[in-house]
Design a protein around this ligand. Sequence first.
Ligand code: T5A
Length: 262
Amino acid sequence: MTHVCCLTPSRALYVGGSALGNLLKARLKFPQKYPNRQIRMATTHNSIVTSGNSESRGALIVLEGLDRSGKTSQSSSLLKYLERLGHSAELWRFPDRSTNVGQMISSYLSNKSQLDDHTIHLLFSANRWERRSLMETKLKTGTTLIVDRYSYSGVAFSSAKGLGVEWCKAPEIGLLAPDLVLYLDIQPEQAAGRGGYGSERYEQLEFQRKVAQCYQDLHDASWKIIDACQPMEDIEKQLQNIVLDCITTCQNGKPLSNLWSI
Ligand code: T5A
């Protein structure tokens, strides 16, 4: 299950189990400081959910898929669509190559540097952690985030190299869980025929076949599988309908939660 600790709706915090333990102790020690905070342990060892009313927020929408499946094209047109409707929305992308960590990743992807498989995996994860706090702030202040690749890429690409899935998931635990994952489904052979394929490290047919298999093993109830070989406009329309539903659910107060369900 996913994991979140919300205290009062106006002062929500996201903490791990031990931090929550400290908070509970502090509450017992200084009851006047924590007068009306409600805390409820939820379903699993690190799953914590608020018992208060949730507030309206933006949606966390992730696009995933093989290289050249059309994520960037669809993310951009989705953003324009939401902006036309007057929604507050932003387009984010992982890896975020603008940070120091992101530049190390970029150098690795373009074969300018070599890194151990575990090391690059942790860098991809660190690159998401760099944005975790800002992501939470944006969502809580009502901005919907369209995110081009996220933790699923991290796990699918690294486990396709042979790293253990559970090991790959571990550093992602505690990142925000997407409300919706739009998986753009394409055969590796078809993706390989698209513009610019082959310029980066992972754009090799045999490897992409393994990645596709790893993605299959990751999908859960938050995923919608979209046929990425349809004309772009048809895909756009499908995504628009799905995304609007998701945004409404989040505006109605769906609680934020954390990765990862293991
Ligand atoms: N990675 C990433 C990890 O290993 N771990 C991680 O944690 C993360 C986050 C970089 C690499 O890093 C790996 C995965 C990647 O190998 P990237 O920069 O996102 O990730 O690389 P790509 O996925 O290759 O991103 P691209 O922008 O190149 O591909 P997109 O976004 O999937 O596709 P897009 O929209 O740019 O389209 C590609 C081409 O196809 C055409 C477009 O016009 C374009 O020419 N196209 C279509 N053609 C026909 N019909 C359609 N429906 C089409 N849609 C798009």
